[in-house]
Design a binder for this molecule. Structure first.
Ligand code: HEM
Length: 136
């Protein structure tokens, strides 16, 4: 799995983004949009009534994935993201809504365009690998 490019020299994506406060703001906006936007209805429906646990877990996970602190693995061990997503129906539609929701959240929280573009490519690889339902 891609790690968001943390092995390159210079400040990694976690620092470029703005550290924990920026990752937290991105995740909060991501789930707020999932709740609000009709275009993400099917993605929202895969989730339970409350998004609170998902907010914390995605925040912890992304910190490590971007090259920052390993909050998620400290708590839960290896992410095993594909296995953890097997209970949820993920087809092309859910994948594309997740990616669009994240793109919108990056745009609205002011993630620098070049960084957002690179992260979007890494997110695509991860989200596509999570698909567990043929077709849409
Ligand atoms: C492709 C479409 C995706 C769908 C439909 C989806 C859906 C879900 C759902 C329903 C949960 C459970 C939330 C809860 O605990 O209440 C979840 C958990 C999670 N998702 Fe996704 N997800 C997708 C893609 C991704 C991607 C691309 C990432 C990372 C870049 C990601 C990271 C996570 C993490 C870290 C958790 C918490 C896992 C755990 O410890 O239980 N997801 N996702």
């Amino acid at each position: 799995m891609s790690d968001g490019g943390a092995d390159e020299p210079g400040p990694g994506p976690f620092e470029r983004l703005g550290g924990e406060p920026a990752v937290r703001a991105l995740v909060e906006r991501f789930y707020d949009l999932m709740d609000l936007e009709p275009g993400y209805r099917e993605l929202r429906a895969v989730h339970g009534a409350s998004l609170d646990a998902a907010r914390d877990k995605l925040f912890w996970f992304l910190c490590g994935w971007l090259g920052g602190p390993s909050h998620y693995t400290d708590r839960f061990g290896h992410p095993m993201l594909r296995a953890r997503h097997l209970p949820f129906r993920i087809g092309i539609r859910e994948r594309d809504q997740w990616l669009a929701c994240m793109q919108q959240a990056m745009r609205e929280t002011g993630v620098e365009a070049a960084l957002a573009q690179r992260l979007a490519e890494s997110f695509f690889g991860t989200a596509d690998w999570m698909r567990n339902h043929a077709g849409a």
